[in-house]
Design a protein around this ligand. Structure first.
Ligand SMILES: [Zn+2]
Length: 369
């Protein structure tokens, strides 16, 4: 090659390296952010139809009248669409209408199922974070460190992020074990755990969480989890966030349907606050992908809505909501080929420019549209 030809080749390579299209793709991926949110054991019944009248009636004592119940007064309406919007007005009225979509409503022939057969939390969350069920290995809710590297850890290494840039805030303490294979690789604040912050109000909340016990030793109130996550978001500006809320499951186990409904409503205000913050921040607005889902469903009837597990019919049915600049669908998915929870890891990774199935060929395919 002559010098002149060599110069020409170098020039062409340089042109390609800085071409607007290529820079655009690189810039998009290097500035993308992803937020995964889970609501533990949130049934499709409440998500798509709001208050379940049979369940509410079944929780009343003999002398209690339905019409006198606060839950009935606040959340009852004739149609499923009106009921769910009373329960989660921001989610249904704004988020799903203008910015995202949700799959899993069987009335519209939309199906999302688990691929693990256990239908309880650790296997459910692990399936979300690995894109694979490991029914023979992950089969209890014991706090055993995840035997597999999770999508959160892989995103951190592939994007060369620091620990605070991949942050996990959860109400249930077992997440310490679920979300990472290598302990300490991510920032994880889980269960009744102190959270340090330069903000005095947040330090006060960290103290207060220990004084406001819940009926469950391993789960703190979601209010703390959410506020710590928001504080971290504002200060550390993470690229990957996982927010795992727990009370939808725990109040249901306790048979407190009124509290279950209140939890959905409160969660809706959290989604609104988070979304409003994202929209107001130039680094997050238009670049943040959100996926909201659950680890399992629950029974469908008045006899088993409190429970879930391998033998509980209905607990395999779940839902996934997407709010992503990469997706065009708005509102509800209908008449599509079934989706499964094992597709979530590839979807999250894909949004960040990482091909999950190249690393884990057995994982479910990413979800587009
Ligand atoms: Zn549960």
């Amino acid at each position: 090659m002559t010098n002149r030809r060599l110069l020409c080749a170098v020039f062409l390579i340089a042109c390609w390296l800085v071409s607007p299209a290529r820079l655009h793709i690189a810039a998009q991926e290097s500035s993308s952010r992803v937020i995964l949110i889970t609501l533990d054991g949130a049934r499709t019944e409440e998500m798509f139809s709001g208050l379940d009248l049979d369940v509410l009636k079944s929780t009343l004592r003999e002398n209690q009248k339905l019409e006198d119940q606060q839950a009935y007064q606040r959340f009852w309406a004739e149609s499923p669409e009106a009921r769910r919007e009373k329960l989660m007005p921001f989610f249904w009225g704004t988020l799903m209408r203008e910015h995202g979509s949700i799959a899993g409503n069987d009335r519209l022939r939309s199906s999302v199922t688990l691929t693990n057969t256990h239908r309880f939390s650790y296997p459910g969350y692990s399936e979300i974070l690995l894109g694979e069920a490991h029914d023979d290995v992950i089969k209890s809710n014991d706090a055993v460190q995840n035997p597999y590297t999770t999508v959160l850890e892989v995103l951190k290494s592939h994007l060369t992020l620091t620990a605070p840039q991949v942050a996990v805030f959860t109400s249930w303490n077992v997440f310490d074990a679920i979300v990472e294979h290598t302990k300490g690789s991510l920032v994880v604040n889980a269960g009744f755990e102190a959270f340090d912050s330069p903000t005095p109000q947040i330090r006060e909340l960290s103290q207060l969480q220990m004084e406001t016990s819940t009926p469950w030793n391993s789960v703190r109130h979601d209010a703390y989890t959410f506020r710590f996550a928001m504080d971290h978001l504002r200060r550390e500006r993470p690229r990957v966030v996982y927010l795992a809320l727990g009370e939808t499951d725990d109040w249901a186990h306790d048979g407190r349907y009124d509290r279950v409904l209140e939890t959905y409503e409160r969660t809706d205000t959290y989604l609104k606050e988070l979304w409003t913050w994202i929209q107001a921040d130039p680094e997050y607005r238009g670049r943040t992908h959100m996926l909201i889902t659950t680890d399992h469903g629950r029974g469908r009837t008045v006899d088993d809505w409190r429970n879930h597990g391998a033998k509980v019919e209905g607990a395999q049915h779940v839902w996934i909501a997407f709010v992503s600049p990469a997706m065009k669908t708005r509102g509800e998915w209908r008449d599509h080929s079934p989706l499964a929870t094992n597709q979530i890891a590839a979807t999250l990774a894909g949004w960040m420019g990482v091909d999950w199935r190249a690393l884990r060929p057995a994982a479910g395919a990413s979800i587009g549209e």
